[in-house]
Design a protein around this ligand. Structure first.
Ligand code: KG4
Ligand code: ZN
Length: 338
């Protein structure tokens, strides 16, 4: 399976065989967009066009697979930036057409659900161990909680009503003068800060639903900095503020995810998406699962951020389950998860 991912700012092509990731080539555009403080869609699309073929060549070379050995092609159909999606999807469909192989259009978030199952070296997805789970997808664009009742069967539980958790990291970090994306910088600074130094809100923590909201937290930080401008000059206080912001985001994510799992009687939590690289989130999810007797599967950092390996892993499962698609399937930028 040759898989393509181009929904946002990573151009990725992977080769997957029988649940094993033979290669996962990723070209990140983070540096390019950091100058603008966020992803610029038009630039993203152009970068995808430039990088798709080199990434495809690299993925095939790293996997030691020739074009003639491919059995199927997959690509992300949505959700994502329209012009970015189009670049990867059309390249993949052209390849499928020329090679006369089946094409599968994959839902980006559905693929994230299976990235925590990719482990080991060489990486492989261990579906023999599969069990129903509650899955948290938490990135710069999304914060979603999903009940995965069985393989290829899932139900959306809740999502953010405004900003995504990663966006909250990035925007509060920007207020502190940190480079984009600020999440990893906050993670680093927070390690030496006091998470109880600032009393920040935990939005929707006690609401009886599985939705999230992070814009209020962002506004609180804005007012805090407006009313205490001297804070910006104090390195120790900045570290404390980073730790406090991180603690607020992590507490909401962990509490609501664990609560959903317990309510549904599910014994396993999984998590993926860029914010799952956050060390405090990984630690706190681990501690909460231990306290509540739940098992935890976190995507490996390499597969937390956007990658084509997860697209290929899911596409292969779908193909094995008999899913077939018309080769001309279009992009679905606003594709909602069922
Ligand atoms: O999955 P991802 O690469 O794709 C997008 O949604 O773009 O996620 C990127 C997000 C950014 O918001 C970034 O700040 C955040 O993940 N992120 C982190 C960490 N590493 C990446 N947030 C907090 N701590 C981290 N260590
Ligand atoms: Zn993603």
């Amino acid at each position: 399976m040759l898989a393509f991912e181009s929904s946002c700012d990573e151009t990725s092509v992977a080769v997957v065989k029988d649940g094993r990731v033979l290669s996962n080539a990723v070209s990140s555009q983070v540096r390019l967009h950091s100058e603008y403080g966020g992803v610029v869609p038009e630039l993203a699309a152009r970068e995808h066009l430039k990088n798709l073929l080199p990434m495809a060549r690299l993925a095939l070379a790293n996997a030691a697979v020739t074009v003639g050995q491919l059995n199927a092609i997959a690509a992300t159909r949505g959700p994502g930036l329209p012009s970015a999606l189009m670049a990867g999807l059309k390249a993949a469909q052209a390849a499928a057409y020329v090679l006369r192989k089946p094409f599968l259009g994959i839902h980006h978030h559905e693929a994230h659900l299976y990235s925590p199952w990719i482990e080991g070296n060489p990486p492989a997805a261990d579906f023999r161990a599969f069990e129903p789970n509650v899955s948290l997808i938490v990135s710069g664009g999304h914060t979603i909680l999903i009940h995965v009742g069985a393989e290829l069967k899932h139900r959306l539980l809740g999502s953010t009503l405004d900003d995504a958790a990663g966006e909250c990291f990035d925007k509060t970090g920007k207020m502190l003068g940190l480079p984009y994306p600020a999440g990893p910088h906050i993670d680093r600074l927070a390690e030496q800060g006091n998470p109880r130094a600032f009393d920040l809100p935990r939005p929707m923590l006690d609401d009886a639903n599985d939705d999230f909201s992070f814009s209020g937290l962002k506004t609180s930080v804005r007012y805090l900095l407006r009313d205490n401008p001297e804070l910006r000059e104090d390195t120790a206080r900045i570290r404390d503020l980073c730790a406090s912001i991180q603690a607020a985001i992590v507490e909401v994510l962990v509490t609501k995810t664990v609560r959903a799992a317990r309510r549904l009687g599910v014994g396993l939590l999984t998590a993926s998406g860029g914010v799952t690289c956050n060390r405090a989130l990984r630690r706190e999810l681990g501690a909460a699962c231990e306290r509540k007797g739940l098992r935890l599967r976190l995507a490996q950092p390499e597969f937390c951020t956007d990658n084509a390996a997860m697209i290929g892993i899911l596409a292969e499962r779908k193909l094995m389950a008999g899913v077939r698609e018309q080769g001309e399937a279009d992009i679905e930028p606003g594709w909602a998860l069922g």
